[in-house]
Design a protein around this ligand. Structure first.
Ligand SMILES: CSCC[C@H](N)C(=O)N1CCC[C@H]1C(=O)N[C@@H](C)C(=O)O
Length: 355
């Protein structure tokens, strides 16, 4: 049996457990497992949290790695042996599970092996991850600094004739060389008409003079992500493309200026949408204004109309307005921000093009 653990994240999770009225938590969402245990291969793990124990379940491929990384008790087994072991701990308890992550089959398995009351919970750990610790902020800061440095290296290669896939590879290679564990997500490079695809996967297309190219990328450090987008002109661009670019820049500037503690994220989204409406482009802004960034690339708080979240110091968010016009192209400009006691700090340092 592990001793009662006092890591701040585990303590907070036990607090959330009590508040939700459950005696134990069965954690299956990978970033939540990593957050609570430090285990860096959480896709192949589960975590059981009770008032007196925290047990990481993983299989024998990870026995040494888990022993090196994890401070909680480790049990090496594969399902269903893991569930049989956990059954002894949860006998007669009310056990919360992550309703948004446990599969139907996973829930069936718990019902089959456990004599416990199973309680679906929404985002029990994600809520704790909204505000980052100093150590987490340091990781994100480092990840962003690497992405900025990689961008500075690759910028001279962004010219007519360059292939989108070569630019994405160059960014990912530079980030690795500069110390990243990998890219945050598959680097987006979308030029010309392909810029109308907000998640345009880099293709074999060559950049052509007169186009805009959107590059959206980030680095990964210790499980923590960074996220930034720059839209860059390839040579001289038309007055219409320049207009789109300046409108998005305006929306981003005004949204960033409004970021600070106590601000409703839905209001920021509305502000940016309002700015783009003033440029007759509101209907072309087809996604949310931004999102939290941490162990997941997309996490809370969401900067969108339906959100009721309010910014707090320690949150890390993106501000990323964009416009997408089929047959024409697109523009997105994205920065990574830390919410501070007095306002915000822009973590991404790469300069934005001024057309
Ligand atoms: C595959 S991760 C993409 C990272 C990117 N910076 C990003 O978050 N994007 C790109 C355009 C839209 C935005 C996004 O996916 N937003 C989500 C949160 C939404 O649902 O709007």
């Amino acid at each position: 049996m592990s001793p009662v653990l006092v890591s701040p994240a585990l303590e907070a999770a036990r607090g959330a457990m009590q508040q939700s009225g459950v005696d134990a938590l069965w954690i299956s969402q990978p970033a939540n497992i990593r957050y609570l245990s430090g285990f860096s291969s959480p896709e192949d793990a589960k975590l059981l949290l009770t008032p007196d124990a925290a047990i990481l379940y993983t299989d024998s491929r990870y026995a040494l790695q888990a022993a090196q990384e994890v401070k909680v008790e480790i049990h090496i087994a594969r399902s269903p042996a893991t569930l049989e072991h956990a059954a002894e701990w949860v006998q007669g308890l009310k056990v919360g599970f992550e309703a948004e992550h446990l599969t139907v089959a996973g829930l069936d398995d718990l019902k089959q092996y456990w004599q416990a009351e199973l309680v679906p919970l929404r985002r029990p750990i994600e809520t704790l991850r909204l505000v980052k610790s100093d150590a987490e902020i340091a990781m994100i800061r480092r990840a962003q600094a690497i992405a900025d440095a990689a961008y500075a290296e690759v910028l001279p290669q962004i010219r007519a004739g360059a292939r989108e896939t070569d630019l994405s590879l160059a960014l990912e290679l530079a980030m690795r060389r500069l110390g990243a564990d990998g890219p945050s997500f598959e680097t987006i490079v979308a030029s010309g008409e392909r810029g109308a695809l907000p998640h345009g996967r880099a293709s074999d297309k060559l950049l052509v003079a007169g186009e805009l190219v959107t590059l959206d990328f980030g680095a990964l450090i210790g499980g923590y992500h960074s996220d930034m987008t720059r839209t860059v002109p390839v040579g001289e661009v038309s007055a219409e493309l320049r207009r789109l670019y300046m409108a998005v820049l305006d929306a981003e500037d005004q949204a960033i200026a409004a970021v600070g503690p106590g601000v409703r994220t839905a209001d920021l989204d509305a502000l940016a949408r309002g700015v783009l409406a003033g440029h007759d482009l509101a209907e072309h802004f087809t996604h949310s204004l931004g999102h939290g960034v941490g162990l997941d690339i997309h996490e809370g708080p969401g900067l969108r109309a339906a959100s009721d979240e309010v910014l707090r110091p320690g949150m890390v968010i993106t501000i990323e307005p964009g416009v997408y016009l089929e047959g024409v192209g697109g523009v997105r400009i994205e920065d990574l921000l830390l919410i501070t006691e007095s306002g915000h700090e822009v973590l991404s340092q790469s300069s934005r093009a001024r057309l």
